[in-house]
Ligand binder design. Structure first.
Ligand code: ATP
Ligand code: MG
Ligand code: FE
Length: 335
């Protein structure tokens, strides 16, 4: 059984043998946050409290299991919103304690990455490109259960940039999927910056791109010029995808791996998926593992997949487990 409540999705899943999803209930709160243009932490916590027991009941009913069938409970304990995390952590600890079931503490980002296990057996060493609402990073996994950051965003995450740019285009939060759809219809006509592309590291920056986008649209507003929104979306997306692909290829050149895993909410992006499909052809001996579209956004099945890996490494927690909102992987030394 696994729990996810780090942001605005309450989710409970039942996983068999670490790779078979018996149920994966996701209660999204998007509608409640939309009118604020983003996630309101206090509203998120309240929704999690209301939803979590319903999700547990639904997940168990759909999987047709009782507590006697549950061998372990995996839960996201960070990173994320502290009030939101606490609901999942408390629910998981309570059930673990009441039914004497081992508890596994899971890093949310490890969950995003190990969702790749639902499509392919992960062969190590592996590299993950994690692109989500709060993270954009390249994570090297020398062996199973080991995560080292080799590069990350210095400012905005890619998903955050999508959401901000989408807002200017008049799209509701979260804007990623709609911007993605518009981008498939337009042309790259605006010359947006590819920040840090040529820098000798694996870091990213998206705030300059966001500013360039906002300046372009504001200026057009002032002179009452109408810009083609699809072209704006395509130009923005091409800039994001170019940098992500370029830096990932550089990382693969320095760190040869068996697999590249594309993970996180923005991994659902069609432009990014097809650009990486093409790019991987130039990299010999590396297989691209794309997390399935349905498992890119936050869900408990991914936490169950990661929990299985951690349990094999004997990583368990007691009832003193606490939420850790700024939980992070270590940086790779000598990168
Ligand atoms: P984190 O995982 O870093 O803690 P999070 O859990 O809030 O953050 P996710 O749920 O993993 O983030 O991803 C949500 C983000 O993915 C949102 O910013 C959303 O706009 C973006 N997103 C979803 N689908 C797409 C898409 N097709 N193209 C681009 N962005 C997308
Ligand atoms: Mg979300
Ligand atoms: Fe996430």
């Amino acid at each position: 059984m696994s729990f996810e409540s780090s942001c605005d999705e309450t989710s409970v899943a039942i996983i068999e043998d670490g790779h078979k999803i018996l149920s994966n209930i996701v209660a999204t709160q998007i509608k409640s946050h939309q009118r604020f243009g983003g996630v309101v932490p206090e509203v998120a916590s309240r929704h999690h409290i209301e939803e979590i027991t319903i999700c547990v009941d639904d997940a168990m009913r759909e999987a047709n299991v009782t507590y006697d069938d549950i061998d372990a409970i995996a839960v996201t304990y960070g990173p994320g919103l502290v009030g939101a995390l606490l609901i999942g952590v408390t629910a998981a600890k309570t059930i673990a304690w009441a039914h004497d079931i081992p508890l596994i503490p899971v890093n949310h980002i490890a969950g995003h990455i190990l969702a790749g296990r639902y499509v392919e057996k992960i062969e190590y060493p592996a590299l993950a490109l994690v692109v989500s609402g709060g993270h954009t990073e390249l994570v090297l996994m020398p062996e199973e259960g080991e995560f080292k950051i080799i590069g990350e965003t210095r400012d905005d995450a890619a998903g955050e940039a999508y959401d901000k740019v989408g807002r200017v285009l008049g799209i509701n939060y979260p804007a990623g999927p709609k911007v993605d759809e518009m981008a498939s219809k337009g042309k790259d006509t605006f010359d947006f910056p590819r920040a840090m592309e040529k820098d000798d590291n694996f870091d990213f920056s998206f705030s300059g791109l966001k500013s360039a986008f906002l300046n372009t649209t504001h200026h057009a507003d002032q002179i009452k010029e109408k810009l083609n929104k699809d072209d704006l979306a395509t130009s923005f997306q091409d800039a994001v995808v170019d940098v992500l692909v370029y830096k990932t290829k550089r990382a693969l050149a320095k760190y040869p791996v068996h697999q590249l895993i594309l993970a996180g909410g923005v991994a659902a992006n069609h432009g990014l998926r097809s650009a990486l499909d093409k790019a991987i052809n130039d990299v010999s001996n590396t297989q691209l593992v794309k997390v399935p579209l349905k498992l890119c956004g936050d869900n408990a099945a991914m936490i169950g997949a990661a929990g299985y890996v951690l349990a094999k490494k004997n990583i368990f927690a007691g009832v003193n487990l606490n939420a850790d909102p700024s939980l992070d992987f270590d940086l790779l030394e000598d990168k």
